[in-house]
Design a protein around this ligand. Structure first.
Ligand SMILES: Cc1cc2nc3c(=O)[nH]c(=O)nc-3n(C[C@H](O)[C@H](O)[C@H](O)COP(=O)(O)O)c2cc1C
Length: 178
């Protein structure tokens, strides 16, 4: 197989995001790949903006990254027991780009959160939202990093072996689905 392209998508914009850290761990577990990182710093979806100016360039970049990806991993933060506005906004924009870039793509959804359930609600909500894009969601045990502030070290590593094992299982399944 030629080197696959893995697209990492963080539903949190902040630099020190635990979901970003989780995506880095996931990319390592995926193995050799060209890793592209999505930037979800997009304008808010607005039908008037779309009618006036069409698809914003940053959204088109994201849609093109999705098209070129062989596999996609999304990490979803949990905000008030739901999907982050940043991630939902990105999905809403992508759904407006002709061509259905996400259709048929193998996708893994992970989550890291401060709470004890590791962002479970946000992770399932993300999967529900993705259903209408006809992605190929990778099944299997969910990767939910609970109390994330206690799990990642200063370098963004995740020493907990059971988490590492769960991430490896999920990412190897993603690779196999290409
Ligand atoms: C607006 C807001 C709402 C939050 N709601 C939840 C929540 O419902 N469940 C939870 O476990 N953590 C919640 N948190 C804490 C986040 O899990 C924590 O800030 C986490 O670090 C966010 O992900 P990030 O590190 O990738 O930015 C919330 C944080 C913010 C800012």
């Amino acid at each position: 197989m030629t080197t696959p392209t893995l697209l990492t998508i963080s539903g949190s914009l902040r630099k020190g995001s635990f979901n970003r850290m989780l995506l880095k761990q996931a990319a390592v577990a995926f193995g050799e790949a060209t890793v592209e990182d999505a930037d979800l710093n997009l304008p808010l979806y607005d039908g008037d903006l779309e009618a006036r100016e069409g698809i914003p360039p940053a959204v088109q970049v994201l849609a093109d990254q999705i098209t070129q990806a062989d596999a996609i991993v999304i990490s979803a933060p949990e905000y008030n027991k739901g999907i982050s506005g940043v991630l939902k906004n990105a999905l809403d924009w992508v759904s407006r780009v002709p061509g259905g870039a996400l259709a048929g793509k193998p996708v893994v959804v992970l989550s890291a959160a401060a709470g004890r359930t590791g962002g479970e609600v946000a992770q399932f909500m993300t999967q529900q939202c993705l259903a209408s894009f006809q992605v190929r969601l990778i099944p299997g045990p969910a990767v939910l990093i609970a109390a994330a502030m206690n799990e990642f070290d200063a370098d963004g590593n995740l020493p907990n072996e059971s988490y590492q094992k769960a991430i490896a299982g999920k990412m190897q399944a993603l690779r196999a689905a290409i």
